[in-house]
Design a protein around this ligand. Sequence first.
Ligand code: NCD
Ligand code: ZN
Ligand code: ZN
Length: 381
Amino acid sequence: KNIFIKEDKITKITSQELKADEVIDAKGKIVIPGLIDPHVHFREPGATHKEDFLTGSMAAAAGGITTFLDMPNTSPPTTNMRALDEKRRLAKKSIVNYGFHFGASNDNIAEIEKAENIASVKVYMDYTTGNMKLEEYDALKKIFSCNKTVSVHAENDNVLKAIELIQNSNNALYIAHTSSNRDLHNCIKEKIKNDVFVEVAPHHLFLTKKDIDELGSYAEMKPSLKSKKDQDALWQGIHNGDVDTIATDHAPHTKEEKRESNYPFGVPGCETMLPLLLNALNKKRIELKKIVELCCENPAKIFKIKSKGFIKENFDADLTIIDLDMEKEVRNDELFTKCKWSPFDGWNLKGWPTHTIVNGNIVFQNGKINNIVAKEVDYHE
Ligand code: NCD
Ligand code: ZN
Ligand code: ZN
């Protein structure tokens, strides 16, 4: 089949040979929808020594990600319209498409109601980078019944609390980076009754707490790495259809910061998620269909992103070409993320993206980045 692109849209998918100005020969490779990463921290504004929208989006492009949704724990946090407008201005330097989660605070319900064209309201129920933890029950109750999807950073009893809070509303609940067997099963129980969506992160799928022995603070993130048993439960959840998305939780911090005794939590992930999954595919741990469902289709569906996530006529020309036979080592010095390290440094992986196409432009091709102007996504009502 041939995929025809005109300007920023897929115009035709056909076995016919139509005339084109430029042809990419994908013979021996596979074309999938560009990945939508619904959970990244690109650190702008406030911590651009760790990452910014340009370097973060370059890392995304190199990882086959054509759209990301940025989290609100920046400084200042994205908890009011002014901060959101400022972030929109800063994100214009991104070379892949983007959207934003809006942050919840103790007293910003009016701003939440005002915020338009956002993916969700993000509520931090447990401690993590950014000091946005919310505990006050009345504030939580108000936020959970706002007119938006609610995403949560929650672990253990706070997962149960989030589930209880969402039951009294018509909202969907999105549980970020689910890491344990217990949290996963508490979500699964609720899925039948309510719209509860489960996200898992690649570090929880490919590392366990044993890796902390060797990696130290470079393997410390929130939620922390768990046991092999927890990891197996997440994979089981992927196979059973209980896990809805895989997202990077790309959370860069500098090496210097990670070496300090009170190091910050988080690991980068944009450049390694797809190769790790394709390597797992080569080892028969996951099917390509599943990867596309969890990394492309479901993020578009859950956050109601328009014209993305699928290869369809009239959809945006956001595509990733993968080579399942390409073998390469992850190397810190080759990464585009500003922090220049990965917990997967030295891992030899089979299966890599070779081309990333955003709005009809090749932004990443065989290791090289091309600058383009990308766009903010739109959402269905
Ligand atoms: C994230 C960060 O650094 O912004 N850290 C992390 O350990 N995951 C915040 C978060 O996602 O909780
Ligand atoms: Zn989190
Ligand atoms: Zn995060």
